[in-house]
Design a protein around this ligand. Structure first.
Ligand code: 13P
Length: 256
């Protein structure tokens, strides 16, 4: 039997959130491409929509992949302000975040929306990264595990066996995002185990073992290695520290 960890990809994604114009994004992406050492981790950047096309040009021919931060589930139509999965694929994206906590809490995305978005991403030939995580209130009330189990279940139950092979999950505790308060490596590993066990319950052991589970929430160069040491931590989703090449590259290189 192969080593279970080695069968999963390692992924590091820089989520730029609402930062960087096209020109600023090109400058950052160009520096990342120039200085990224080849390794086992797949590295992606997720610029805002307006920077996708210029950043796609800047990373063309490199190992760095392009990700989008969100999507609307319809293919096209009268949906002012929205961007569809086929549009993102045409812009060069291979990965799309769905259900990021800022989408859930600032923009009101619910589990049903997130499930539809994941399906749209898969239909367009890309890979969804389904983000889950509890608030501090939910954690303090002892509900963290149930929250992530239900968030994972709401999306994964609606996917076919084939679609599940292209799934990535990101655990991002809301209390750790942008706060400087990182989950300890033990807490992250414990929650990743919960997510993997809920994947096994919903989708079977094959999906559970194959699905990369990334950690996000105040990841920095000096804590990335310790978090990645968890057997069920397969990569990182980085916010603030992905906005500078130095700090992002330190994290990418910590991932191997
Ligand atoms: P920070 O790394 O800034 O805490 O953001 C985490 C995040 O939300 C990544 O998607």
């Amino acid at each position: 039997m192969p080593d279970q960890e080695s069968t999963r990809r390692t992924v590091v994604i820089g989520n730029w959130k609402m930062h960087k114009t096209g020109a600023e994004g090109v400058a950052l992406a160009t520096e990342i491409v120039a200085r990224l050492r080849p390794g086992r981790a797949e590295v992606a950047v997720a610029p805002p929509f307006t920077a996708l096309a210029p950043v796609a040009d800047a990373i063309r021919g490199s190992s760095v992949a392009l990700a989008a931060q969100d999507v609307f589930h319809e293919r096209e139509g009268a949906f002012t302000g929205a961007v569809s999965a086929p549009m993102l694929a045409a812009a060069g994206c291979s990965i799309v975040l769905v259900g990021h906590s800022e989408r859930r809490h600032v923009f009101g995305d619910g589990d049903e929306d997130i499930g539809r978005k994941a399906l749209a991403v898969l239909d367009a030939g890309m890979r969804p990264v389904v983000c889950v995580g509890e608030t501090l209130e939910q954690r303090d009330a002892g509900g963290a595990e149930n929250v992530v189990r239900s968030q994972v279940g709401a999306v994964v139950a609606g996917l076919s066996e084939t679609q599940r092979t292209r799934l990535t999950v990101a655990y991002e505790p809301v209390w750790a995002i942008g706060t400087g308060r990182t989950a300890t490596p033990d807490t992250a590993e414990a929650m990743h185990r919960v997510i993997r066990s809920s994947l096994a319950t919903i989708a079977g052991p094959g999906t559970a073992e194959r699905t990369p589970i990334l950690y996000g929430g105040s990841v920095k160069g000096d804590n990335a290695g310790a978090i990645l040491a968890g057997a069920n931590v397969d990569g990182l989703l980085v916010g603030g520290a992905s906005l500078r090449a130095d700090s992002f590259l330190t994290i990418c290189h910590a991932a191997g």
